[in-house]
Design a protein around this ligand. Structure first.
Ligand code: NAD
Ligand code: ZN
Length: 238
Protein backbone atom coordinates (compact mmCIF):
# COMPACT_ATOMS: atom_id res chain seq x y z
CA UNK A 1 0.00 0.00 0.00
CA UNK A 2 1.00 3.57 -0.67
CA UNK A 3 3.15 4.94 2.14
CA UNK A 4 3.99 8.52 1.23
CA UNK A 5 2.17 11.84 1.36
CA UNK A 6 0.70 12.49 -2.05
CA UNK A 7 -0.57 15.97 -2.85
CA UNK A 8 -1.26 15.81 -6.55
CA UNK A 9 -3.53 13.15 -8.00
CA UNK A 10 -4.48 12.36 -11.56
CA UNK A 11 -7.06 9.72 -12.47
CA UNK A 12 -7.65 8.25 -15.92
CA UNK A 13 -10.94 6.42 -16.44
CA UNK A 14 -12.24 4.34 -19.33
CA UNK A 15 -15.38 2.48 -20.29
CA UNK A 16 -14.89 -0.09 -17.49
CA UNK A 17 -15.78 2.40 -14.76
CA UNK A 18 -19.27 2.75 -16.24
CA UNK A 19 -19.79 -0.98 -16.85
CA UNK A 20 -21.52 -1.44 -13.48
CA UNK A 21 -23.86 1.44 -14.36
CA UNK A 22 -25.04 -0.67 -17.29
CA UNK A 23 -23.05 1.14 -20.00
CA UNK A 24 -21.53 -1.49 -22.29
CA UNK A 25 -17.79 -1.43 -22.96
CA UNK A 26 -16.80 -2.11 -26.55
CA UNK A 27 -13.92 -4.49 -26.18
CA UNK A 28 -15.82 -6.34 -23.50
CA UNK A 29 -18.09 -7.52 -26.32
CA UNK A 30 -21.83 -7.47 -25.83
CA UNK A 31 -24.43 -5.95 -28.08
CA UNK A 32 -22.62 -2.69 -28.72
CA UNK A 33 -19.38 -4.25 -30.05
CA UNK A 34 -21.08 -4.54 -33.41
CA UNK A 35 -23.80 -2.33 -34.86
CA UNK A 36 -25.70 -3.69 -37.87
CA UNK A 37 -22.79 -5.91 -38.74
CA UNK A 38 -20.24 -3.11 -38.47
CA UNK A 39 -17.51 -3.19 -35.81
CA UNK A 40 -17.63 -0.18 -33.45
CA UNK A 41 -14.44 1.35 -34.83
CA UNK A 42 -16.02 1.45 -38.28
CA UNK A 43 -19.39 2.94 -37.32
CA UNK A 44 -17.70 5.38 -34.87
CA UNK A 45 -15.30 6.73 -37.45
CA UNK A 46 -14.52 10.01 -39.20
CA UNK A 47 -15.02 8.17 -42.49
CA UNK A 48 -18.63 7.24 -41.57
CA UNK A 49 -19.43 10.86 -40.65
CA UNK A 50 -18.48 11.83 -44.18
CA UNK A 51 -20.15 8.89 -45.90
CA UNK A 52 -23.24 8.20 -43.84
CA UNK A 53 -23.94 10.65 -41.04
CA UNK A 54 -27.51 9.37 -40.63
CA UNK A 55 -26.19 5.93 -39.76
CA UNK A 56 -23.72 7.42 -37.27
CA UNK A 57 -26.60 9.27 -35.60
CA UNK A 58 -28.67 6.10 -35.46
CA UNK A 59 -25.87 4.40 -33.55
CA UNK A 60 -25.28 7.35 -31.23
CA UNK A 61 -28.99 7.76 -30.56
CA UNK A 62 -29.12 4.07 -29.70
CA UNK A 63 -26.27 4.59 -27.20
CA UNK A 64 -27.93 7.74 -25.80
CA UNK A 65 -31.10 5.69 -25.36
CA UNK A 66 -29.17 3.06 -23.36
CA UNK A 67 -27.65 5.82 -21.23
CA UNK A 68 -31.00 7.32 -20.29
CA UNK A 69 -31.49 4.38 -17.93
CA UNK A 70 -27.97 4.55 -16.39
CA UNK A 71 -26.90 6.20 -13.15
CA UNK A 72 -23.42 6.96 -11.76
CA UNK A 73 -22.14 4.07 -9.62
CA UNK A 74 -20.05 3.79 -6.44
CA UNK A 75 -16.79 4.23 -8.33
CA UNK A 76 -17.86 7.53 -9.95
CA UNK A 77 -19.03 8.74 -6.52
CA UNK A 78 -15.84 7.68 -4.72
CA UNK A 79 -13.76 9.74 -7.16
CA UNK A 80 -15.85 12.81 -6.25
CA UNK A 81 -14.95 12.17 -2.61
CA UNK A 82 -11.25 11.94 -3.52
CA UNK A 83 -11.42 15.17 -5.52
CA UNK A 84 -12.91 16.97 -2.51
CA UNK A 85 -10.09 15.79 -0.27
CA UNK A 86 -7.07 16.47 -2.48
CA UNK A 87 -6.05 20.05 -3.34
CA UNK A 88 -4.56 19.23 -6.68
CA UNK A 89 -6.78 16.78 -8.54
CA UNK A 90 -7.61 16.11 -12.16
CA UNK A 91 -9.86 13.45 -13.62
CA UNK A 92 -9.21 12.61 -17.26
CA UNK A 93 -11.88 10.42 -18.78
CA UNK A 94 -12.05 8.67 -22.12
CA UNK A 95 -15.75 8.17 -21.52
CA UNK A 96 -18.35 10.12 -23.39
CA UNK A 97 -21.26 9.13 -21.14
CA UNK A 98 -21.17 12.17 -18.82
CA UNK A 99 -21.62 9.98 -15.71
CA UNK A 100 -18.62 11.52 -13.87
CA UNK A 101 -20.12 14.99 -14.15
CA UNK A 102 -23.52 13.69 -13.11
CA UNK A 103 -21.88 12.14 -10.04
CA UNK A 104 -20.42 15.56 -9.15
CA UNK A 105 -16.85 15.55 -10.53
CA UNK A 106 -15.78 19.10 -11.33
CA UNK A 107 -12.14 19.11 -12.28
CA UNK A 108 -12.50 16.86 -15.28
CA UNK A 109 -11.35 16.66 -18.87
CA UNK A 110 -13.52 14.61 -21.21
CA UNK A 111 -10.80 13.91 -23.78
CA UNK A 112 -13.18 12.10 -26.14
CA UNK A 113 -16.07 14.56 -25.80
CA UNK A 114 -19.61 13.99 -24.58
CA UNK A 115 -22.37 11.97 -26.17
CA UNK A 116 -24.99 14.54 -25.18
CA UNK A 117 -23.33 17.29 -27.19
CA UNK A 118 -23.41 17.83 -30.93
CA UNK A 119 -21.53 20.23 -33.16
CA UNK A 120 -21.95 21.70 -36.61
CA UNK A 121 -19.85 19.98 -39.28
CA UNK A 122 -19.08 23.35 -40.86
CA UNK A 123 -18.95 26.19 -38.30
CA UNK A 124 -18.35 23.86 -35.29
CA UNK A 125 -20.98 25.57 -33.13
CA UNK A 126 -21.75 23.27 -30.20
CA UNK A 127 -25.19 22.23 -28.97
CA UNK A 128 -26.02 20.70 -25.61
CA UNK A 129 -28.65 18.01 -26.09
CA UNK A 130 -31.09 16.91 -23.44
CA UNK A 131 -30.17 13.39 -22.37
CA UNK A 132 -33.86 12.43 -22.35
CA UNK A 133 -34.28 13.73 -25.90
CA UNK A 134 -33.64 10.75 -28.15
CA UNK A 135 -33.38 10.98 -31.15
CA UNK A 136 -31.00 13.90 -31.14
CA UNK A 137 -32.06 17.51 -31.33
CA UNK A 138 -31.22 19.77 -33.11
CA UNK A 139 -30.51 18.06 -36.42
CA UNK A 140 -29.38 21.28 -38.15
CA UNK A 141 -27.14 24.12 -37.02
CA UNK A 142 -29.15 27.23 -36.13
CA UNK A 143 -26.21 29.42 -37.15
CA UNK A 144 -25.42 28.22 -40.66
CA UNK A 145 -28.03 25.55 -41.41
CA UNK A 146 -25.55 22.73 -41.93
CA UNK A 147 -25.76 19.28 -40.39
CA UNK A 148 -24.66 18.55 -36.85
CA UNK A 149 -22.65 15.52 -35.73
CA UNK A 150 -21.92 14.00 -32.32
CA UNK A 151 -19.35 16.11 -30.45
CA UNK A 152 -17.15 13.14 -29.68
CA UNK A 153 -13.74 12.08 -30.91
CA UNK A 154 -14.22 9.30 -33.42
CA UNK A 155 -11.73 6.77 -34.70
CA UNK A 156 -9.41 8.48 -37.14
CA UNK A 157 -9.78 11.89 -35.44
CA UNK A 158 -7.41 13.96 -33.33
CA UNK A 159 -8.16 14.87 -29.72
CA UNK A 160 -9.24 18.48 -29.25
CA UNK A 161 -6.16 20.60 -28.81
CA UNK A 162 -5.56 21.97 -25.35
CA UNK A 163 -7.36 19.22 -23.44
CA UNK A 164 -4.72 16.63 -24.13
CA UNK A 165 -1.83 19.01 -23.41
CA UNK A 166 -3.39 19.89 -20.05
CA UNK A 167 -3.78 16.21 -19.23
CA UNK A 168 -0.14 15.46 -20.13
CA UNK A 169 1.05 18.39 -18.03
CA UNK A 170 -0.90 17.14 -15.03
CA UNK A 171 0.20 13.54 -15.57
CA UNK A 172 3.85 14.56 -15.58
CA UNK A 173 3.50 16.64 -12.42
CA UNK A 174 1.37 14.39 -10.19
CA UNK A 175 2.74 11.99 -7.61
CA UNK A 176 -0.20 9.57 -7.65
CA UNK A 177 -1.80 8.33 -10.85
CA UNK A 178 -4.81 5.99 -10.80
CA UNK A 179 -6.08 4.18 -13.90
CA UNK A 180 -9.59 2.75 -13.71
CA UNK A 181 -11.37 0.55 -16.23
CA UNK A 182 -9.40 1.08 -19.37
CA UNK A 183 -7.70 -1.49 -21.53
CA UNK A 184 -5.03 1.18 -22.16
CA UNK A 185 -5.10 0.39 -25.86
CA UNK A 186 -6.58 3.63 -27.09
CA UNK A 187 -3.84 6.14 -27.83
CA UNK A 188 -3.01 8.86 -27.13
CA UNK A 189 -4.89 8.81 -23.81
CA UNK A 190 -3.23 5.53 -22.96
CA UNK A 191 0.11 7.29 -22.85
CA UNK A 192 -0.78 9.35 -19.76
CA UNK A 193 0.03 6.60 -17.21
CA UNK A 194 3.41 6.12 -18.92
CA UNK A 195 4.15 9.84 -18.71
CA UNK A 196 3.19 9.85 -15.02
CA UNK A 197 5.32 6.80 -14.24
CA UNK A 198 8.34 8.18 -16.10
CA UNK A 199 8.09 11.32 -13.99
CA UNK A 200 8.09 9.39 -10.75
CA UNK A 201 4.39 9.01 -9.94
CA UNK A 202 3.07 6.00 -8.04
CA UNK A 203 0.86 4.10 -10.46
CA UNK A 204 -2.25 2.17 -9.42
CA UNK A 205 -4.48 0.25 -11.80
CA UNK A 206 -8.03 -0.97 -11.13
CA UNK A 207 -9.26 -3.54 -13.63
CA UNK A 208 -10.65 -7.09 -13.41
CA UNK A 209 -8.18 -8.07 -16.12
CA UNK A 210 -4.52 -7.68 -16.88
CA UNK A 211 -3.73 -4.84 -19.29
CA UNK A 212 -0.61 -3.64 -21.14
CA UNK A 213 -0.08 -1.28 -18.17
CA UNK A 214 0.01 -3.99 -15.55
CA UNK A 215 3.71 -4.70 -16.02
CA UNK A 216 4.81 -1.30 -14.80
CA UNK A 217 2.11 -0.53 -12.22
CA UNK A 218 3.13 -0.21 -8.59
CA UNK A 219 -0.19 -1.81 -7.66
CA UNK A 220 -2.69 -3.67 -9.79
CA UNK A 221 -6.01 -4.04 -8.03
CA UNK A 222 -7.99 -6.80 -9.68
CA UNK A 223 -11.75 -6.46 -9.52
CA UNK A 224 -14.69 -4.32 -10.44
CA UNK A 225 -14.38 -0.56 -10.14
CA UNK A 226 -17.56 -0.25 -8.03
CA UNK A 227 -16.09 -2.58 -5.44
CA UNK A 228 -12.41 -1.58 -5.50
CA UNK A 229 -12.44 2.21 -6.00
CA UNK A 230 -14.51 3.08 -2.86
CA UNK A 231 -12.13 1.01 -0.69
CA UNK A 232 -9.08 2.48 -2.40
CA UNK A 233 -10.33 6.03 -1.83
CA UNK A 234 -11.17 5.30 1.83
CA UNK A 235 -7.64 3.98 2.35
CA UNK A 236 -6.05 6.92 0.56
CA UNK A 237 -7.87 9.58 2.55
CA UNK A 238 -7.82 7.78 5.91
P1 NAD B 1 -11.58 0.37 -22.88
O1 NAD B 1 -10.53 0.21 -23.91
O2 NAD B 1 -11.47 1.49 -21.95
O3 NAD B 1 -11.79 -1.14 -22.16
C1 NAD B 1 -12.64 -1.43 -21.09
C2 NAD B 1 -11.79 -1.92 -19.90
O4 NAD B 1 -12.61 -1.94 -18.75
C3 NAD B 1 -11.23 -3.34 -20.07
O5 NAD B 1 -9.85 -3.33 -19.75
C4 NAD B 1 -12.01 -4.18 -19.05
O6 NAD B 1 -11.23 -5.22 -18.48
C5 NAD B 1 -12.33 -3.12 -18.00
N1 NAD B 1 -13.53 -3.40 -17.20
C6 NAD B 1 -14.65 -4.07 -17.54
N2 NAD B 1 -15.53 -4.08 -16.52
C7 NAD B 1 -14.96 -3.37 -15.51
C8 NAD B 1 -15.37 -3.01 -14.20
N3 NAD B 1 -16.56 -3.37 -13.70
N4 NAD B 1 -14.52 -2.29 -13.44
C9 NAD B 1 -13.31 -1.91 -13.92
N5 NAD B 1 -12.87 -2.22 -15.14
C10 NAD B 1 -13.68 -2.95 -15.94
O7 NAD B 1 -12.91 0.67 -23.45
P2 NAD B 1 -13.56 0.14 -24.76
O8 NAD B 1 -14.88 -0.31 -24.32
O9 NAD B 1 -12.66 -0.78 -25.46
O10 NAD B 1 -13.71 1.53 -25.56
C11 NAD B 1 -12.79 2.18 -26.41
C12 NAD B 1 -13.08 3.68 -26.45
O11 NAD B 1 -14.49 3.97 -26.50
C13 NAD B 1 -12.60 4.41 -25.22
O12 NAD B 1 -12.35 5.73 -25.53
C14 NAD B 1 -13.82 4.32 -24.34
O13 NAD B 1 -13.78 5.15 -23.24
C15 NAD B 1 -14.91 4.64 -25.33
N6 NAD B 1 -16.18 4.10 -24.78
C16 NAD B 1 -16.81 4.88 -23.87
C17 NAD B 1 -17.93 4.40 -23.24
C18 NAD B 1 -18.57 5.28 -22.21
O14 NAD B 1 -18.58 6.50 -22.36
N7 NAD B 1 -19.08 4.71 -21.13
C19 NAD B 1 -18.43 3.13 -23.52
C20 NAD B 1 -17.76 2.36 -24.48
C21 NAD B 1 -16.62 2.87 -25.10
ZN1 ZN C 1 -23.02 25.82 -38.29
Amino acid sequence: MINFDFDSVCVLSGAGISAESGVPTFRGGGKSAVWKGMPFDEISSAKMVKENLDEVWEWFDYRRGVLKECEPNKAHKALVKLEKTVDDFLLVTQNVDGLHTRAGSENIIEVHGNINRSRCVVCRKRFQMQSHHVPHDPSKCDECGNKVRPDVVLFGEMLPSGAYERAVEKASGCNLFIVVGTSALVYPAAILPEVAKRNGAYLIEVNPEETPLTAYCDESLRGKAGEIVPDLVSNLIA
